[in-house]
Design a protein around this ligand. Structure first.
Ligand SMILES: Cc1cc2nc3c(=O)[nH]c(=O)nc-3n(C[C@H](O)[C@H](O)[C@H](O)COP(=O)(O)OP(=O)(O)OC[C@H]3O[C@@H](n4cnc5c(N)ncnc54)[C@H](O)[C@@H]3O)c2cc1C
Ligand code: SF4
Length: 522
């Protein structure tokens, strides 16, 4: 069944798709967002671990392979708002060295743009969605920019207690930038510090897409069609332009949505899977894949988590799930002698009972009971995010197994290289030193497997069709009216949590598309 042709169809109503929808709908374009999951409302966000599982990923799984398989469960989103509906809202930006790693170290890949190209969009996003932090304090590591619209969030003892420990190692901690309200912002309330952000903030104090860009897009008449799973991007007969998408609606009936422009914003894993599944006789390896780079260079961060118990009531239940303090003092690519890559250091996330229970799976009976008593008042944890470099062997391919719509499942193969493993180990050592210097009575780490988080790559940007899938705006080299948005277009991943950069780069791409509409869509 064919729907009336629209200006733009956006696949995925998450972080990146919402930005495109807002910019294009406000520019007067007829916009349809097709979203595989439900149309979550704020009233669906209930502060309960059990209930929160309902908004976590569902739908077709990925087959996970490699030495360090990506931790897919809990890492993706499903439904309007995407993963950013229940993300932790840590919003550090990438630093200038992330954009030029090849030029500066002859390793990995350069971005085709510099920090200065993205900087104005970082500032604009902060003021669009609401961010709290101390820009001046961050400027010891990065060029000056605008202040955040809100002052830093309140701090609590379980975050403050780390600061001296890090300082003794020469690591300066400053207020963490977060997409949360320290004060009322654009009619949304200030945070109440109850720490339930990870199952979706029900008050609107956390800037999830449904209360920011998507809300603006809806006001500008963008249409969101929930429970609609896109399976293919369609092209014209000559294979020179995209013509729309094929999808299955909420009744599982096949539909076609024609459009002048298609934006894939379905997250790193799905964007590659969709392009590969859209092969035609003119595009036998998948759309925009003559160079074979679709699905390649998948990257993920490692997390070095250091657990500690202090012998006092540090009020670990208070605060948000985002960080209280952060540091870029180990962000230089050669910060550690025997490792390579950046590290982003955070501390001060609020804890729930299951957080500290799950860090000691070895304990039972009275030992567990004693531990829980100590941990309930004294447990805290830091997270040090480590960079993984782009490696062409880390990839997404189509598997022979199929989902309910007959679309092949994606197989995601991921292994960390020696540098990333060394970086994770160096961070575990550094973090334990900080914990001891902070006066922790018990300090331990888990080494069973390297935790992975934040998936990037698969449709990377570059200077031309020989080295990349899209240009710096997300526009495909081979099919100019097809755009890709989100972390899948990042050629390197730095160590910063990605969403601030996702929003900034999406805003840059969407504004370019709106400005060049006649050339792109005509
Ligand atoms: C628990 C958790 C905590 C996180 N914390 C942070 C943090 O503190 N800071 C940070 O920067 N990042 C964080 N992230 C990561 C962040 O949420 C993602 O990087 C970001 O949401 C990715 O944006 P996106 O637009 O690419 O994808 P998403 O926001 O996930 O949106 C993609 C959307 O596409 C839809 N979709 C997929 N396939 C199809 C299809 N075939 N048809 C139609 N729709 C489809 C999905 O249902 C989804 O809604 C966190 C993620 C998780 C899971
Ligand atoms: S701690 Fe703040 S941001 Fe998190 S869920 Fe509560 S009110 Fe929302």
């Amino acid at each position: 069944m064919a729907n009336e042709k629209v200006d733009v169809v956006i696949v995925g109503a998450g972080a990146s798709g919402s930005v495109y929808a807002s910019v294009l709908a406000k520019a007067g374009k007829k916009v349809v967002l097709l979203e595989a999951g439900p149309d979550w409302q704020m009233s669906d966000l209930i502060s309960s671990e059990m209930w929160g599982r309902r908004i976590r990923p569902a739908g077709a799984p990925f087959l996970l392979e490699g030495k360090n398989p990506f931790g897919y469960a809990g890492q993706a989103g499903w439904g309007v708002g995407g993963a950013a509906l229940h993300y932790f809202a840590n919003h550090p930006r990438f630093l200038p060295n992330d954009y030029k790693i090849k030029s500066e170290h002859n390793r990995a890949l350069d971005w085709p743009i510099s920090y200065q190209d993205v900087a104005p969009f970082y500032d604009k996003v902060a003021h669009d969605i609401g961010m709290s932090g101390d820009a001046k304090a961050e400027e010891k590591w990065r060029p000056a920019g605008q202040s955040y619209p809100m002052p830093p969030m309140k701090t609590f003892r379980h975050g403050e207690i780390w600061v001296k420990g890090f300082e003794s190692l020469g690591i300066r901690m400053v207020p963490a930038p977060v997409a949360m309200n320290s004060t009322e912002f654009k009619g949304r309330p200030a945070c109440i510090y109850d720490g339930w952000c990870h199952v979706g903030c029900p008050t609107g104090a956390l800037a999830n897409p449904t209360v920011t860009y998507l809300s603006e897009a809806r006001k500008a008449k963008a249409e969101v069609r929930a429970l609609c799973s896109v399976t293919r991007v369609l092209t014209n007969a000559q294979g020179t332009k995209v013509a729309g998408v094929e999808y299955y609606d909420e009744k599982k009936v096949r539909q076609v949505q024609e459009a002048h422009v298609v934006v894939l914003a379905a997250w790193s894993g799905q964007n590659s899977r969709l392009l590969l599944n859209s092969a035609t006789d003119k595009h036998s390896k998948g759309l925009n894949n003559s160079n074979g780079l679709v699905g390649k260079y998948m990257m993920t961060h490692s997390i070095a988590g250091i657990n500690a118990i202090f012998d006092e009531d540090i009020q670990n239940h208070l605060g948000t799930i985002g960080a209280q303090y952060m540091s870029y003092d180990r962000y230089g690519k050669t910060s550690y002698k025997d490792a390579f890559g950046s590290t982003y250091i955070t501390c001060g996330a609020a804890q729930k009972t299951h957080d500290f229970a799950s860090t000691r799976p070895d304990l039972f009976g009275p030992d567990l009971h004693d531990y829980m008593k100590r941990a309930a008042r004294g447990f805290t944890r830091i997270s040090m995010f480590g960079e993984g470099l782009p490696n062409i062997e880390n990839r997404i391919e189509l598997a022979s197994d199929k989902d309910e719509f007959g679309m092949p499942l994606g197989r995601l193969t991921h292994s960390f290289d020696q540098d990333a493993v060394a970086l994770w180990n160096a961070n575990l050592e550094e973090g334990q030193k900080a914990a001891k210097a902070a006066g922790a009575k018990e300090v331990w780490v888990g080494r069973a497997a390297i935790p992975t988080t934040h998936l990037h790559g698969g449709t990377i940007m570059g200077t031309d069709a020989a080295n990349s899938v899209v240009n710096s705006f997300g526009q495909c080299h081979e099919l100019p009216n097809l755009y890709v948005a989100g972390p899948s277009i990042f050629p390197t991943e730095g160590a910063s949590n990605p969403t601030y950069t996702i929003l900034a780069v999406s805003l840059r791409g969407a504004e370019q598309l709106a400005a060049k509409w006649a050339t792109v869509a005509g």
